[in-house]
Design a protein around this ligand. Structure first.
Ligand code: SF4
Ligand code: SF4
Length: 375
């Protein structure tokens, strides 16, 4: 298989960028992103991954300022995506694409993905001939490589790759917590890509931060392997060690996270068999204690009629459930989030969020748990 990706396997995911105002994800701290971009490029990494809807549609603008306007085009590669929620007609495909070219300031994309294929969106993509449209963009030189990101079962992935051999790569949610999950099917989906000889890009290697801050027992197990390595380093290196994984996206949110990621990915060393076994054991420990497995992607929030900051509440709830949690402080933090968000108990059960959640979480029921614990 010819490698269509940069040699260094770490990609800069542009979905969780640093913010000037932590309550407003449109307020990207572009100056800090510029510093991070420079650090990243300096160490020889070149892959940047954005999407139409990231940061409430501001991520593509931010990368224009932080990267495209400052760095020669042949020094980096840029990926973006087309999501079914924003296209109703065939004409909409071009409207979004042309606007993406304008927002990012490039005249071609190195990688372009049909975004978030799942059971409910695949038919729409087929009806709107998204694959054929993307192949045409590639023929025109506006896209160098075509792929899709995927959030469903291995059976469906197998069907799609059989129907669309023109696809060059697949982006999958893989991490050591979801490896054997029946819902996410990390391992099974990975194996389908191997069968079809398609390289894999990994998203959510740290599961939205869940694997950056793990319960005490799990942290001890990781620190016993190497006290100098950070907790998230094991999650990133675990997926990067899979032979068919050619790129690992990390949504770095500040300079410190960037520095940490670069430190072990600059001269990447795959995990040993013993380390892999230990990491799986750590996954079991964490899985037994997780309450709401939200990755914090924020896909669910823009359409909420009650402006409920769902992932912030879920993250706080999970923190509150851990051993030794400071319940009073968490309740105070809840009220702080509420200053710019509807209450969990104000959910009107419209279902918008559940329709779009890639993790298929029962958000309405989970918000009731949040309200019971923290209001
Ligand atoms: S179900 Fe509740 S949380 Fe979800 S979008 Fe509707 S009001 Fe918001
Ligand atoms: S609830 Fe689902 S859509 Fe919303 S942030 Fe969490 S994982 Fe993403």
């Amino acid at each position: 298989m010819q490698n269509i990706f940069p040699e260094k396997k770490l990609g800069f995911g542009l979905m969780r960028l640093p913010l000037l105002d932590v309550t407003d994800d449109k307020t990207i701290d572009v100056e800090q992103v510029k510093t991070m971009v420079d650090m990243f490029l300096e160490k020889g990494f070149t892959y940047f991954d954005t999407a139409w809807m990231y940061h409430s549609f501001q991520s593509e603008n931010a990368i224009k300022e932080a990267l495209v306007d400052r760095i020669p085009r042949d020094k980096y590669t840029l990926a973006t995506k087309l999501h079914s929620n924003f296209i109703q007609t065939k004409e909409d495909r071009d409207k979004v694409f042309n606007e993406q070219l304008r927002k990012t300031g490039v005249d071609y994309f190195d990688y372009y993905l049909i975004h978030d294929i799942e059971v409910d969106s695949i038919q729409k993509y087929e009806d709107l001939e998204a694959f054929q449209w993307l192949a045409e963009k590639k023929r025109q030189g506006l896209v160098k490589h075509m792929g899709f990101s995927f959030h469903a079962t291995a059976d469906l992935l197998d069907e799609i790759l059989t129907r669309h051999p023109e696809v060059e790569f697949v982006q999958l949610q893989i991490n050591y917590l979801d490896w054997e999950s029946e819902k996410v099917q990390s391992r099974k989906n990975y194996e389908v890509c191997v069968k079809h000889n398609k390289p894999v890009i990994v998203m959510e290697p740290v599961k939205g931060g869940t694997l950056a801050k793990v319960p005490e027992q799990a942290e001890k197990m990781l620190k016993n392997m190497d006290a100098n390595l950070s907790v998230p380093s094991w999650a990133i290196r675990f997926v990067a060690s899979l032979p068919n994984v050619k790129m690992v996206l990390s949504g770095m949110s500040n300079i410190e996270q960037m520095r940490d990621n670069l430190s072990y990915m600059e001269d990447f060393k795959p995990l040993t068999d013993l380390e892999i076994t230990t990491v799986h054991a750590v996954g079991e420990v964490i899985n037994s204690g997780i309450t709401i497995p939200c990755t914090g992607c924020s896909y669910c929030t823009p359409g909420c009629p009650m402006n409920i900051q769902i992932p912030k509440y879920f993250s706080l709830y999970n923190k509150d459930q851990r051993d030794g949690a400071d319940h009073a402080a968490n309740k105070a933090e809840y009220q702080k989030i509420h200053e710019t968000s509807g209450l969990a108990s104000e959910c009107v059960a419209c279902g918008q969020c559940e329709g779009i959640c890639p993790q298929k979480l029962p958000i309405i029921e989970n918000l009731k748990l949040v309200a019971a614990a923290l209001e």
